[in-house]
Design a binder for this molecule. Structure first.
Ligand code: GH3
Ligand code: MG
Ligand code: MG
Length: 359
């Protein structure tokens, strides 16, 4: 007589069958440690059967192996948790009532282990035990089957749980890829393609945000506008491509003149750059602007057509909003622009500082 269930329901009432069955092969399976990637590989899914009843376990093993699953066993909740951490099964078939650590407590503890809350648990409960079914879901089980086990039901539930877990994995992988793409898109929409510093859009948003923060936290906010001197004649004489290269070098040089993570260098437009300096007073901002002109100067980019030097230089206008003043981005920009205008008018290759004045 075959001990594998050939009909729909598994029965264990026949004691002679039970003894016959148990006398066959009860040697424990050798448990090989598995890693997660192995679990996700193309090998047949691995199912952990947890039941204190040896006969039920053996029958379940035979049945599931016949369904081409790989199977491992545990005799109680404690052993199940140990094996879980070595083998990372794809599905756990968990008997509700067991000594040492019952299925409910085991399921609860499983949720705390790595990937535990992503491993589907099929709880085995007694028939008509509504309370156990409710508890099974409460402790994190994905589904349940009742004893005596209907093989057709078990087969469907296991396969359904595996499909669900697969879908979830695929969804998570797709989400991960998507978040990488979104991150890159976010970077692209806020970066100036030529100079790789923040673009105008990013500058506007950051300035608005930092202005509000400065107002809220009663801290100063400074802005430096930098403009390359005689850049039109640089372009006209060295060509647009050289002009582009020069813009790239100047952008990197200006970036080097800032120190704090909150400082932002952005291309304001054409050959103008802006430096936003949150929580920075007038003196600090002046220092940053002077440093920017010095770093640019130190590049010694030849500019034979400049009227102020034989290399490329910049002029800077600095403005600061103080906590006592009425905060307004437009006024800050205007004030920095006015200071830049003065720097140009007063000879270029220099820094001028504006006062924030309400009209
Ligand atoms: P000033 O010292 O008064 O600032 O004079 P300037 O010549 O630098 O200023 P002007 O506004 O007359 O000219 C700016 C030039 O910047 C005009 C344009 O050729 C150049 N420019 C603007 N954007 C780009 C760019 O993306 N690439 C290149 N190569 N040149 C640019
Ligand atoms: Mg200009
Ligand atoms: Mg210029």
């Amino acid at each position: 007589m075959s001990l594998l269930p050939s009909d729909e329901v598994m029965t264990i009432d026949d004691i002679s069958d039970r003894n016959k069955y148990l006398s066959q092969d009860i040697s424990p399976k050798i448990i090989q440690e598995t890693n997660i990637s192995e679990t996700l590989s193309s090998k047949p899914p691995l199912i952990l059967i947890v039941d204190d009843d040896l006969l039920i376990r053996k029958i379940l093993v035979r049945y599931l192996e016949r369904e081409n699953y790989r199977v491992i066993e545990a005799a109680d909740g404690m052993e199940a948790l140990e094996i879980y951490q070595k083998c990372y099964p794809n599905v756990i078939l968990l008997d509700a009532m067991m000594p040492v650590l019952d299925g409910f407590e085991c399921c609860l503890r499983l949720q705390q282990l790595p990937y535990g809350n992503r491993t589907p648990v099929l709880m085995i409960t007694a028939l008509e035990d509504r309370e156990s079914v409710d508890r099974a879901y409460e402790v994190g089980a994905s589904d349940y089957v009742t004893k005596p086990i209907h093989w057709a039901v078990l087969r469907q539930r296991v396969s359904h749980l595996l499909d669900q877990a697969n879908l979830r994995q695929q969804l998570e992988a797709a989400n991960q890829q998507l978040s990488v793409v979104v991150q890159e898109l976010r970077r692209l929409v806020s970066i100036d393609g030529l100079t790789q510093v923040a673009n105008r859009r990013c500058l506007d948003e950051y300035l608005e945000q930092e202005c509000k923060r400065a107002q809220r936290e009663k801290i100063p906010l400074s802005l430096v506008l930098c403009d390359i001197d005689f850049f039109k004649s640089y372009n006209d004489n060295y060509g647009h491509q050289e002009g582009d290269r020069c813009l790239q070098e100047i952008a990197q040089a200006i970036s080097k003149s800032t120190n704090r993570p909150a400082d932002l260098v952005a291309r304001y437009g054409g050959e103008e750059f802006a430096i936003i300096l949150p929580n920075t007073g007038a003196e600090g901002a002046l220092n940053v602007a002077i440093r920017a002109t010095e770093v640019v100067r130190s590049l010694q980019l030849t500019h034979d057509y400049s009227k102020v030097a034989n290399h490329v230089t910049i002029s800077c206008g600095v403005a600061t909003l103080l906590p006592s003043q009425d905060f307004d981005v437009l006024h800050l920009l205007k004030s920095a622009d006015l200071a830049l205008y003065l720097a140009k008018a007063e000879g270029r290759n220099c820094v001028r500082q504006g006062n924030y004045v309400l009209e």
